[in-house]
Design a protein around this ligand. Structure first.
Ligand SMILES: NC(=O)c1ccc[n+]([C@@H]2O[C@H](COP(=O)([O-])OP(=O)(O)OC[C@H]3O[C@@H](n4cnc5c(N)ncnc54)[C@H](O)[C@@H]3O)[C@@H](O)[C@H]2O)c1
Length: 265
């Protein structure tokens, strides 16, 4: 068997970080070599995450973690997003696989430039769930024939950013599909009242935040005498893990900025 991929998790003690720790420990082709979090610093990751047989000190300082653990890939779910972590990783030859959302266009552009400068790839994946990727693909197809569309995204109440990274990406994909198909859509009456949601790429996006939810999205298309709804629900955070492991496995082959899981499928 070839050598295992050396993986570190940033934001390892958060809700997503803990799932990633579990998934990486369970992956036969990966070694979990480092963990960063500003919470539980100095504690043992195995105890904090309840993962049997795991013993790894949680570090706050990513620079010393990179030097000591020598990972090939970092999976970053630190919240809020820290661009400095990405700069440090890429300048040290480490590929960041970023799940944190709320990343700005300027930060994405900087990552693209850093990849050109360093020859080190970087992945920004707003949604690691395969079902969400399919939802976006189907939405792009539907938008060619039913260009009047709005998005309702629903998340748990601890989410910091709104609208969600997935809804922004869906709006971008719909916009691209409508342009390529050369279709026009009707601007609804009612102006730009805040109750109409936030407009992204010409698509109104409505954000719901409630306890009990995980990550859900409806893309609602309207046509003459009919409506079409494409809905995806992540009901458990394990839904994201196959996508995370796929991205880690592809990390060594990537030399530029990869935006979205669909680019890896
Ligand atoms: N891409 C996806 O598929 C996907 C899926 C779900 C959630 N998310 C996103 O993942 C992010 C994390 O979500 P969560 O629910 O796990 O959040 P969380 O608050 O449970 O965890 C975040 C963790 O980051 C740590 N942290 C904060 N600053 C840090 C720093 N500078 N260095 C290291 N660690 C730091 C916190 O201590 C915490 O443990 C959010 O942006 C969320 O929107 C993405």
């Amino acid at each position: 068997m070839s050598e295992k991929i050396r993986v570190a998790v940033v934001g390892a003690c958060g809700k997503m970080g803990r799932e990633v720790v579990n998934a990486v420990v369970g992956a036969p082709d990966m070694d979990l070599v480092g963990a960063c979090d500003v919470a539980f610093t100095g504690s043992d990751l195995g105890k904090v995450t309840n993962v049997q047989g795991l013993s790894l000190e949680i570090k706050a300082d990513i620079e010393s973690m990179l030097a000591d653990a020598k990972p090939q890939v970092i999976v970053d779910f630190a919240k809020p997003f820290v661009m400095d972590n990405v700069r440090l990783a890429m300048r040290n030859g480490v590929v960041p696989v970023i799940g944190t959302t709320g990343i700005t266009k300027d930060e994405l552009n900087e990552m693209g430039k850093l990849a050109e400068e360093t020859g080190v790839g970087v992945m920004v994946i707003p949604n690691f769930a395969i079902g969400a990727v399919l939802m976006m693909k189907f939405a792009a197809e539907a938008a060619k024939y039913m260009p009047n569309v709005e998005i309702i995204e629903l998340h748990h109440d601890k989410k910091l950013d709104a609208p969600s990274g997935t809804s922004i990406m869906t709006a971008e994909i719909i916009d691209e599909a409508r342009r390529e198909a050369g279709v026009e859509w009707e601007k609804p009456l009612g102006g730009d009242d805040p109750s109409r949601g936030e407009k992204r790429c010409g698509v109104q996006v409505h954000s719901v935040r409630l306890p009990g939810l995980v990550a859900h999205q409806e893309v609602v298309f309207g046509g003459t005498g009919q409506a079409l709804t494409i809905r995806h629900d992540s009901i458990d955070r394990t839904s994201f893990m196959p996508g995370v492991l796929l991205a880690v496995r592809r990390a060594s082959t990537v030399k530029s900025l990869v935006y979205g899981l669909d680019k890896l499928l």
